[in-house]
Ligand binder design. Structure first.
Ligand code: BMA
Length: 330
């Protein structure tokens, strides 16, 4: 499948504001009327790797401007001035916007090495394996600027990120794809971090995760995670997801889930649809060789895929929808 990288890439980069001066990446994007809204993961510093969520808008899906000069979500909103809010994803359901985001109460320092995954400095007693997990928050808003907190999942100390809401109820319930990374081993039915699903009546209490998809191919053999929020197409729920291989290269693939029962995978690209090729996808501030798809929009039969590059900036690639379905063999 041929995705065309936009010539203006990377289309969103860090700015001069203190709260977004280091990097902007892994955004959620929603098309509302004729405006594309982007919630960016705005990085304020590397050590600690503190992030906020900023709001941008665009008429063409390419040139984005900040809507307000301050973050719309920040760790201080959760009494966590030493924490972080990351990787926002967004849907609109019945006229209300819902954002999922990653939250960590105490954030590590990040020490990039240029070769692969950066080093992280955890405070004593605050290591990833000693509590202080990555969990997912859910907030809602009618104007994208003022957000009301609904809750965190999970409530225990497991790590749970890459969580995305479906943009509508299925069988009367909200649905969310999630990636509880500790759910591996014989008790769970998968050997590596995988994509799971939960359902909820009220977006607060969630059903136990059920396994949807696990890594199958070499390019995703270490872990997979939901990238974009799914969108309903005539063939089913479409999603761009990410996979990580043994060399820590992040690539993108397509998955199609059954319209009525999204626990069933009905289409999946055996080969990735994008891998790091350009300079801005191979070299960056934090981690090399990362394409991290985090949002897509369908407009006039064109798929717009927004993706983080090397945890540094955001890029855009497009493809005709007809190619998307043929890549899935449909
Ligand atoms: C994942 C998350 C993402 C990040 C990616 C590459 O585990 O931390 O936010 O973009 O790694 O570093």
């Amino acid at each position: 499948m041929n995705l065309t990288r936009h010539p203006a890439n990377p289309i969103v980069t860090a700015g001069e504001q203190d709260w977004r001066k280091v990097a902007s990446f892994n955004p959620g994007v929603v098309l509302d009327g004729d405006t594309f809204y982007m919630l960016e993961r705005a990085c304020a510093s590397l050590n600690p790797l503190k992030c906020n969520v900023g709001l941008l808008a665009s008429k063409d899906g390419v040139s984005f401007e900040l809507v307000q000069d301050t973050p719309v979500l920040k760790p201080e909103d959760f009494d966590a001035p030493g924490g972080t809010v990351e990787d926002p994803r967004i849907v609109k359901i019945d006229g209300v916007f819902y954002m999922t985001f990653v939250f960590r109460r105490v954030v590590s320092g990040c020490i990039p090495n240029g070769e692969g995954v950066p080093g992280y400095t955890n405070l004593p007693g605050q290591g990833l394996d000693e509590g202080n997990p990555y969990r997912t928050g859910i907030v809602k808003s009618e104007n994208l600027q003022d957000w009301e907190f609904l809750g965190f999942i999970p409530t225990d100390s497991t790590h749970d990120r890459d969580n995305v809401l479906f943009p509508g109820k299925i069988g009367g319930r909200y649905a969310m794809l999630r990636r509880p990374s500790d759910y591996v081993g014989p008790d769970y039915g998968c050997d590596k971090p995988s994509i799971w699903i939960s359902f909820s009546e009220d977006l607060k209490e969630w059903s136990d995760p059920e396994l949807v998809a696990e890594p199958e191919y070499d390019w995703e053999c270490q872990k997979i995670g939901a990238g974009t929020c799914p969108a309903l197409t005539e063939k089913g729920w479409l999603m761009v997801y990410h996979g990580v291989d043994d060399d820590h290269i992040y690539r993108a693939g397509l998955m199609l889930l059954d319209k009525e029962d999204p626990r069933k995978v009905i289409g999946r690209t055996e080969k990735f649809i994008m891998e790091p090729e350009t300079y801005y996808e191979k070299f960056g501030l934090i981690i090399p060789r990362v394409i991290f798809p985090s949002a897509f929009v369908v407009k006039e039969e064109t798929l717009y895929v927004y993706y983080g590059c090397t945890d540094t900036a955001t890029s855009l690639a497009t493809a005709p929808m007809s190619e998307v379905f043929s890549a899935l063999g449909i």
